[in-house]
Design a protein around this ligand. Structure first.
Ligand SMILES: [Zn+2]
Length: 174
């Protein structure tokens, strides 16, 4: 994994049942956040906060594409696909997804995620922090539709809201 051209594939997650016969495949959420926010701390120092946010977005995008390929059925119609996504996110304890608005003609959507992994319960800092999730959603939508979307988090626990709210708009030029 130290090769410059290392590219993530799902198999890199390994065989969790084989590897953790006693501890199983879950951990405390604080450990996930420990990883994420220490990584952010180091990357911010090395590359700056803006660049780091971009990289988190990109990593989330790859995760979204691979997540969709591995765990979701991309042949479903849109609302069935979203229902499946909702169930999968819930089953994996990743968050509670709701569709607030959807315009299938213009391909514009507003989604909320409650009790998400990344920010729920964080101190209020007046800036959104879920760059990875923006990328994750963009990656899922790309993999599902083949189209490019702008995904922006407009509300976040860390901006004082109780859910993360994402606008998803079809990019020009698709
Ligand atoms: Zn958030």
């Amino acid at each position: 994994m130290k090769e410059d051209n290392y590219k993530f594939q799902w198999e890199d997650i390994g065989d969790l049942e084989l590897g953790r016969p006693n501890l199983g495949n879950t951990t405390h959420l604080s450990v996930y956040r420990l990883m994420q926010y220490t990584m952010r701390s180091v990357l911010n120092k090395e590359l700056g906060g803006i660049k780091t946010s971009e990289l988190f977005f990109q990593a989330g995008f790859v995760a979204g594409e691979e997540f969709c390929k591995k765990l979701l059925n991309g042949n479903l119609k849109f609302f069935d696909f979203v229902a499946q996504l909702q169930k999968t996110l819930k089953d994996l304890n990743m968050g509670i997804l709701r569709v607030e608005k959807s315009d299938l003609e213009k391909m514009n959507f507003v989604l909320t995620v409650a009790e998400d992994l990344d920010c729920s319960g964080l101190p209020i800092t007046d800036e959104t922090v879920c760059d990875y999730d923006e990328g994750f959603i963009a990656g899922i939508f790309k993999q599902y539709s083949g189209l490019d979307f702008d995904v922006k988090e407009i509300d976040c626990w860390s901006t004082g809201d109780r859910v993360c709210r994402f606008t998803i708009n079809l990019k020009d030029g698709n």
